[in-house]
Design a protein around this ligand. Structure first.
Ligand SMILES: NC(=O)c1ccc[n+]([C@@H]2O[C@H](COP(=O)([O-])OP(=O)(O)OC[C@H]3O[C@@H](n4cnc5c(N)ncnc54)[C@H](O)[C@@H]3O)[C@@H](O)[C@H]2O)c1
Length: 350
């Protein structure tokens, strides 16, 4: 017997495909909408092979209101997990209009289609980039917001919209209130342990782990470590890496919370999803070499503008209110990421 059905926007992407596996295995029905701007349909075939279940896939843009209206009319959706979005910080500085149009306008259209279909439960992919830079590197959910690039600002604007949307219904009490979980991810890496799904970036990767993988497998020559003069123990930047499977388990916990008394009054609640532990770039390189036995060729390069010395979550609220903690360690993250890379050296081939 299926639990209710979840519409997963961006379900063919890195995190979305892992969420589909976790949802299907937990007994939810899953419907995917994705325009494949940064993913391949093959990821969804793999999800079906891993789970032995089928999932309807609509290749559509979330800015296409008639397409969304049709999906809500055809499928009996109770909750939306909203991953669809563009996510490269550097690219967002080059193409701010594209980022705001895709991420902010796309979310507005999705919310209108949800309102029209009377679907009012959402789990939203937010990001640690919504926070103002903190002097200590640690972020709790009540730390002031103030993103420093267009990508991060698109997430802050969406969070503001979601807070406003959920506030209106609470006041008017006309029908069921909106129930929204804002999940602020730190640095998701790793892959499903079977090695059939993982992160498949287009072109040169923007993030550290896919870059390290491609250097180790010989696709890229050398890793540039941006900055070795930060005020951190080894001088390189520190981030809170989290296994993607732990991350998506946090989404299942968020749906369970939304459907429990905790969200009875509705509203919009933010949760950090991170481990609470930071690792430096050199920690990643050294652990990678230890776990895989492969050498990672690297050189130091100047700091990149906008990069912070240190960023890690205070994950206590998610532990307390969602009953969720990350369970996998850095060795697990690297083992699983490497397994995916070795089994799929060219990523997904359609
Ligand atoms: N990966 C990270 O480090 C990270 C960190 C914090 C937050 N996030 C957020 O999590 C979400 C998922 O990230 P990911 O790493 O899986 O990225 P991804 O690019 O692998 O997945 C995003 C998916 O959304 C789809 N998409 C984009 N715009 C769309 C549109 N207009 N209509 C329909 N589909 C669209 C893409 O084709 C892709 O399949 C994003 O919203 C991202 O901003 C990611």
């Amino acid at each position: 017997m299926n639990k209710h059905t979840v519409l997963v926007t961006g379900g063919a992407g890195f995190i979305g495909s892992h969420a589909c596996v976790e949802l299907l295995q937990a007994g939810y029905g899953v419907v995917v909408v994705d325009n494949l701007v940064n993913s391949k349909a093959e990821a969804l075939s793999r999800v079906e092979r891993i789970t032995g279940k089928t999932l309807p896939f609509y290749q559509a843009d979330i800015r296409d209101k008639p397409a969304l209206t049709e999906i809500f009319a055809k499928e009996s959706i109770a909750t939306v997990m909203h991953f669809a979005g563009l996510k490269a910080v550097g690219e967002s500085c080059e193409q701010p209009l594209n980022y705001y149009h895709n991420n902010v306008y796309g979310t507005l259209v999705l919310l209108e289609a949800m309102r029209d279909a009377n679907v009012k439960q959402m789990v939203f992919s937010s990001s640690a980039t919504v926070y103002q830079p903190s002097a200590t590197g640690e972020y709790s959910e009540d730390f002031p917001l103030g993103a420093i690039n267009p990508y991060g600002r698109s997430k802050v604007i969406i969070e503001d919209i979601l807070r406003d949307v959920s506030a209106v219904d609470k006041i008017k009490q006309n029908g069921a209130p909106w129930k929204i979980a804002l999940l602020r991810y730190f640095n998701p890496i790793g892959a499903h342990e079977c090695g059939m799904i993982g992160e498949d970036p287009n072109g040169i990767p923007n993030n550290l782990m896919p870059y390290v993988l491609q250097v180790a497998i010989g696709k890229l020559r050398q890793l540039s470590v941006f900055g070795n003069d930060y005020p951190t123990p080894d001088g390189t930047g520190i981030r809170d890496y989290i296994h993607v499977v732990d991350l998506v388990k946090g989404h299942i916990k968020a749906i369970e919370a939304i459907e429990s008394d905790k969200f009875k009054a509705g509203g919009c609640h933010a949760y950090n999803l991170g481990t609470g532990k930071g690792y430096s770039v050199l920690d990643i390189v050294n652990t990678f070499e230890k776990v895989t036995g492969r050498k990672v060729n690297y050189q130091f390069a100047p700091r990149r503008t906008g990069d912070l010395a240190e960023s890690f979550a205070n994950p206590e609220r998610a532990a307390r209110e969602l009953d969720w903690v990350a369970e996998k360690n850095l060795d697990d993250m690297i083992t699983d990421a490497w397994n995916w890379q070795v089994k799929n050296p060219q990523g997904y081939v359609d």
